[in-house]
Every structure is written in C-alpha cells, then in structure tokens.
Design a protein around this ligand. Structure first.
Ligand code: GLV
Ligand code: MN
Ligand code: MN
Length: 411
C-alpha cells in the first residue's frame, strides 16, 4: 500500500479547528478577519510549525505551510488548499475540510519519505466566502484580482478597510501577492459537495468538471418614506413593495426561463426601517449563477428588466450597482483524470459533476491546471450549522486528494 492520510491526526486537526468560532448550534462563525477567523488561521499555522513545516503569510493574508523537496527544480509548487473563513453562522466543513486535508497530505508525503519533483504548499486562502470581497486571497495569488474589486466590495468599503487594517494588509500588499504563474505546477482542492447529488446517487467521490459563474448586483428602490397610519395605500411610493415584488419576480424568472440556473435575493434592507413608516428606500442584494456565460447574460437582462418594471409599477426610482462578476470556470481535464485514477485505485465510486458553489479553484484555474474533489454532504445542507459529511467520506476524500496530487506531479 502506498502513502495514506493518517486518520487520527487528520481528525484531530479537524476537530481542533472546529473549536475556532464554534457556535452553540454546532457550526462555526468565522467571517473574514473576525477574531474567530484569526484564531483558526493561527491554529493552522501553529500545527504546521509544530510538525516542522515551513510556514508563510503573503500580502493578501493567505496562510501557507510548505513541504520543500530537495528534488524540486527552482520554486515550482503544487498548491493544495481551501479556506478557513466561513459565512456567519456557517458549518464546520465548508473550506476547513480542504485546508486540514491539504496539511495532512504534506504530512503523508513526508512520512512516506517521498521526494517529489515540485514543492508542496497547503494554503488557507483569505476571504473565500465574500464577507468582504470573495475569492480575495486566491484571486490575488493568481494575479487576477481586479483593483476595482477592492473599491466596491460586497461587504462594503468600510468593512474592507477595517478588516484589512486588522490583518495588516494594504491594497498594494494584496495586489503584490501575485505569484509567477510559471511557479504554479497546479492546484487541487478537496471540498464538501454542498448539494444532494452524491448522496442521492450513493456515490463516494465527486470529480468536479467546472464551477458556475456568478454575478451580483445591489439594487436600490427609491420611494418616499411617509407615515404608515395616515398615508393611503394608493398614494404610497413604497420602496419595500417594489423590492418584495422583485424578489418574487426573480424567483419566477429563474424557475420559468432558466432551467438549471439559480437567482437569489439574499439580503434586503428597508429604510428608515420601522413599524410605522412606509419604507422610502429598499436595498436588495441580488445574485444569480449559471454554468453558461450566455445564460448569465440573458438572466442579467431579464432580471434587470424586471427590476425596472417593479420600480415603475410602484412609482419608484431604481439605482443598479454591479458588485461582482465571476465567469463560469471549466476545470482541467488532466486534473480530473488524476482524481478519477485516484478514486479507482482506492476502489471508491465516483461521478463527474459541476459545482454550483464558488471555490478558490476557480481563481487558480485561470493560471494553472486546477481541479477539485467533492465528498457527499448529508442532506445536501451547507452554509448552516447542520452541515455534515460523514467521517469515512472525509477520509476517503482526503486519500483521493493525496493520490491525485501525487499522480499530478508524476510520483
Ligand atoms: C461560496 O461558498 C459561494 O458559493 O457563495
Ligand atoms: Mn467553501
Ligand atoms: Mn461557502
């Protein structure tokens, strides 16, 4: 038998990380640059250092553990990673499983005494979830982060400045985190599926073929705030009514006209926000995703047309601010092949599937051969404390991850 993940160490690392930002509901809450997020990153670094691995933090705050190989030429590295930040009130597995697995791949390679033709680097990327920007660390490292993304971040400019200040980052340092693409031998990420397909099919491993594209917009419906008791219904310019109508319209449009795609209003803010005031302004966070770039264009046109109709119907103004734009990303067929061979050699069942969630792999895929391994999510639940992947599946996934990484570098 070749090298394998040390199951006890892997689990111990995972359980320890689950304590950082643990919530009473059984999940974790580690928004980017919160105390809990810093604690998780420190733990990753401490464990890597305690194991005698080299560690580093780059200008985007990405934390790395590095296993150098005396056989490697120059500084070429195979990157393995994911993220330790979470959505507020999230689960323990999203991102953390991949980071812990990456660290344990380094341990397994070293324990087996393997000398690879490249160095191995386990990376905890900054702000994958988009508390501030989304894919901030991975896009910075890949050199594909648009400076504009730092000017109109999803989490707001104030939160981004505060967070970057806490982490000791500047715009210059973040953009300076770019790696020379020729130093990147490839990128591999283990992640929970966050959906129902593997569980429903009774399959152990997902070989990821691509990642959906996503676009997000902030829509502001502008009406007139007024007294909720004395303003007759027909005379209101109720921004909340426009926003609510849009929410239902977006759902209808996605379901009726764009099968396979999704549209979400994930946040709505009514101002001034009181029982007894007709809302004068409503802010709506709209996001939609599809694997097909043409479909994204068509959805954008249909959804924004619907927002304009709703504004007109309720006598409102409308301001549209584009917030983020991620293109659909196919993953490297060669990396998919390595994952398939790894699953086959371990006697595990697998299927190919596309990811509906965003991942750091989509940033790395723009500059080096990249791929992902999925493991089943119980009940398809994610971004929630009930998020769960059976331990046996986590371990299977980590071993596929290990063997695929070795295959990729020809070891
Ligand atoms: C990240 O988890 C996303 O897909 O939004
Ligand atoms: Mn994730
Ligand atoms: Mn997530």
């Amino acid at each position: 038998m070749g090298p394998r993940i040390d199951a006890l160490r892997f689990r111990d690392d995972f359980e320890a990380l689950s304590q950082a930002g643990a919530t009473p509901e059984g999940g974790v809450s580690r928004p980017t640059f919160s105390d809990a997020h810093f604690a998780a990153r420190r733990l990753f670094r401490d464990r890597a250092e305690a194991a005698g691995l080299e560690t580093s933090v780059d200008g985007a705050g990405n934390h790395s553990a590095i296993l150098r190989s005396p056989r490697a030429e120059g500084d070429r590295r195979l990157l393995l990673g994911s993220h330790l930040d979470s959505v507020p009130g999230g689960g323990r597995f999203d991102g953390a499983l991949g980071v812990v697995a990456a660290l344990n791949v380094l341990h397994a390679v070293r324990d087996a005494g393997l000398e690879l033709p490249v160095h191995l680097e386990a990376v905890d990327f900054t702000d994958e979830e988009g508390t501030l920007v989304g894919l901030l660390g991975s896009e910075a490292l890949a050199g594909v982060l648009e400076p504009e993304a730092l000017r109109s971040p999803r989490g707001g400019v104030e939160a981004l400045c505060r967070g970057m200040g806490r982490a000791g980052l500047t715009e210059e340092s973040v953009l300076g985190a770019r790696r020379d693409p020729s130093s990147l031998a490839g990128y591999l990420e283990l992640h929970i599926e966050q959906g129902l397909r593997l569980e429903r099919a009774g399959v152990q491993i997902g070989v990821v073929t691509g990642i959906v594209g996503a676009r997000s917009f902030l829509l502001a419906f502008e009406g007139h705030a007024n007294h909720a008791g004395t303003t007759p219904m027909e005379e209101r310019r109720d921004a909340g009514a426009g926003a609510a109508s849009f929410l239902l319209g977006a759902r209808e449009i996605a379901m009726r006209d764009f099968p396979g795609a999704v549209a979400t209003v994930g946040q709505m803010r009514l101002e001034p926000g009181a029982f007894n005031v007709v809302p004068g302004r409503a802010e709506v966070a709209l996001e939609f995703r599809s694997l097909d770039a043409g479909q994204l264009d068509a959805m954008e046109a249909a959804l924004l047309a619907r927002a304009r109709e709703d504004a007109e119907r309720f006598g409102l103004g409308l301001a549209v601010e584009p917030v983020a734009r991620w293109a659909p990303t196919p993953l490297d067929p060669g990396v998919q092949g390595a994952v398939v061979r790894a699953a086959e050699s371990l006697g595990l069942s697998y299927v190919t599937l596309a990811s509906g969630a965003g991942h750091d792999a989509q940033a790395l895929a723009r500059v080096c051969p990249s791929g992902m391994v999925f493991v089943p999510s119980v009940g398809g639940v994610s971004h929630d404390p009930r998020e769960l992947t059976r331990w046996e599946d986590c371990l299977n996934g980590a071993n596929v991850f290990l063997l695929a990484a070795l295959d990729l570098v020809g070891a």
